[in-house]
Design a protein around this ligand. Structure first.
Ligand SMILES: [Zn+2]
Length: 309
């Protein structure tokens, strides 16, 4: 039986890292640390961030960087601003009503070039084990979907031999999935061009959330077949009344799809309240599904609770 590893996500601002002792994670028996890094902070605070990550890594913890905000193709929910979006409005996604959405289009070559350059720079500057690409998605809201920009229209027409439909039909759904898959491949290639050993961890939107069906990142067969991806994360949230987790068998097909392609699997626990029920359920789920690691919500919560082992 493989050893189940434990990690946390740290989403402090870079200035806030001064309050976090780098050895805390090792002292609490954690194996992994995922540090969120917002586009604008990485631009101005890269040295301070790199210093912190180096200290944590020296203590024996595997460190991963999760870029947030960058054009908002990844983790669009973040409140972190994206300067890129303000300075490159012509690369934003266009929805089915013809409006620009506050997210860059993963098929726009100007965005892709900027994104790849930014990730290469991070890979040079930060001594990390790998990168976490969190909740990649296309825009979808109130019945409107994206993207119908000129690049998406041309790409679709070239592949399908007909214009991009107005409806989000199965062909368009598949086109969006393949587009995000190419984006994830480009993300992995960018960091691996600096160091081939850098791991690429993809956290798709929560598989059981109905909204995931319109995200473009809902098909785990496609995600698991991505040659750039090393690990897939199962995003799971506790639910009322006791705030335990959904039964493990709801996730069995996702985990086994990833494992069949030789991918690592993490349980990515998303909660504002880490309860004893959720803690027990997470361990049971991870064992039943033969997952490699549990990433336990946030640093501050874990500090208040008992350590996870
Ligand atoms: Zn587009």
């Amino acid at each position: 039986m493989p050893v189940l590893r434990n990690g946390v996500v740290l989403s402090e601002s870079v200035a806030g890292l001064e309050r976090v002792p780098p050895r805390w994670f090792r002292d609490r028996g954690l194996d992994l640390l995922v540090v969120a890094c917002a586009e604008d902070e990485a631009r101005w605070e890269a040295e301070r961030l790199a210093g912190f990550l180096r200290e944590v890594a020296r203590s024996g913890v595997e460190v991963y960087l999760a870029p947030w905000g960058y054009g908002k193709v990844l983790y669009a929910e973040t409140l972190a601003p994206s300067l890129y979006l303000h300075t490159h409005p012509q690369t934003l996604q266009i929805d089915s009503r013809g409006r620009r959405c506050p997210r860059a289009c993963p098929n726009d070559p100007r965005f892709l070039e900027w994104f790849s350059n930014s990730m290469r720079t991070l890979a040079w500057l930060m001594e990390v084990r790998g990168f976490v690409w969190e909740t990649p998605s296309f825009y979808y809201g109130r019945g409107a979907w994206a993207c119908r920009c000129g690049y998406c229209q041309r790409l679709y027409a070239a592949a399908a031999g007909e214009p991009l439909p107005r409806q989000l039909n199965p062909e368009v759904t598949e086109f969006r999935r393949q587009s995000l898959n190419m984006f994830l491949l480009a993300a992995a290639a960018a960091v691996q061009s600096v160091d081939r050993r850098l791991q690429s961890v993809v956290i798709p939107p929560p598989p059981l959330d109905p909204a995931t069906a319109t995200s473009g990142a809902d098909d785990w067969r496609i995600l698991a077949n991505n040659s750039g991806t090393d690990v897939l994360g199962l995003a799971v949230s506790p639910r009322p009344p006791a705030l335990g987790l959904p039964p493990a068998e709801h996730y069995g097909a996702f985990a086994s799809t990833a494992q069949a392609q030789g991918k690592g699997t993490w349980l990515w626990l998303e909660t504002d309240r880490l309860t004893p029920e959720a803690t027990n359920d997470a361990r049971t789920m991870a064992r039943n599904l033969r997952l490699d690691a549990i990433i336990w919500s946030e640093y501050e919560q874990l500090r208040r609770l008992a350590p996870p082992r």
